[in-house]
Design a protein around this ligand. Structure first.
Ligand SMILES: Nc1ncnc2c1ncn2[C@@H]1O[C@H](COP(=O)(O)OP(=O)(O)OP(=O)(O)O)[C@@H](O)[C@H]1O
Ligand SMILES: [Mg+2]
Length: 247
């Protein structure tokens, strides 16, 4: 897959050291306006954020306030209307689509509320995908993906397709997929929002353990104040911007 692309084919399996020791992810003056016919709907305005290496930050806020919008911008999945975003010291605004893709692949893992696993592929294949895109050979990938799946407790489910996994197992596979490329940073949009309380707690625990083991920064949106309280910092999205709160 994509072996002909020189920007991704030479990526090593272990993320290269970031060029600077600055934040792994940062935004400044960030704004987002959605246009709905004649109407302009401003969701984010002059938003500032810095996520340090290895740091965990929770984003809370009422439904519809713009948490997913913010995470999608930070993950390079959508374009801001104003401001800048830096990932691993590179300003995303200055990157071509291809460069953004390569940066995302090397430095970022994304976990969605609904797993977004590819239905026709097994758990092992799904978790292998980021490294296949990076251009690694299957012989190198399979042991890494297998190990990650073992770490999230799915060592006995490698050949199951998403429809053959429980909801919690699917989210754990999504956690493994986000982690397999050893990114500097994981962005998670309500990663356990679709699960019952006990399963949510278990999946979240797996995420925290892996993040600690790999020293990965974690930025996650949640409605669950108990989960938010586990983060190093809690930021509330309110009035189009972020402010630090204590829970
Ligand atoms: N593509 C779009 N076009 C127009 N409006 C949008 C679009 N995407 C989101 N919105 C609006 O932006 C606002 C913020 O949406 P967003 O999904 O970011 O909220 P959220 O904080 O993640 O909410 P929730 O907690 O329910 O997930 C909402 O009012 C939504 O209707
Ligand atoms: Mg949302």
């Amino acid at each position: 897959m994509n072996n002909s692309d020189p920007t991704v084919a030479r990526e090593p399996v272990v993320a290269q050291k970031r060029e600077s020791q600055g934040p792994v992810l940062a935004a400044s003056g960030l704004g987002k306006v959605f246009h709905q016919g004649e109407r302009a709907l401003e969701i984010l305005q002059q938003l500032e954020l810095q996520l340090a290496a290895g740091e965990s930050v929770a984003i809370v806020g009422t439904s519809g306030v713009g948490k997913s919008t913010l995470l999608h911008l930070l993950g390079g999945l959508d374009q801001p209307s104003a401001g800048s975003i830096w990932l691993a010291g590179r300003r995303l605004n200055d990157c071509s689509e291809r460069e953004r893709g390569a940066l995302r692949n090397r430095h970022l893992g994304f976990i969605y509320q609904f797993h977004h696993l590819l239905p026709e592929f097994t758990a092992l294949e799904n978790v292998s995908m980021p490294l296949l895109i990076r251009g690694l050979a299957p012989a190198e990938i399979i042991p890494l993906a297998t190990e990650l799946l073992q770490q999230v407790g799915l060592g006995e489910r490698l050949s199951h397709k998403p429809a053959e996994l429980s909801g919690g197992e699917r989210q754990r596979a999504a956690v493994a997929r986000a982690m397999v490329g050893q990114p500097d940073c994981i962005i998670a949009d309500e990663p356990t929002g679709n699960l019952d309380e006990a399963t949510a707690a278990r999946v979240f625990e797996v995420l925290l353990q892996l993040r600690q083991r790999h020293n990965t920064a974690l930025l996650f949106a949640t409605h669950d104040r108990q989960l938010a309280a586990r983060a190093d910092r809690v930021l509330e999205l309110t009035q189009k911007s972020l402010r630090q709160i204590s829970l």
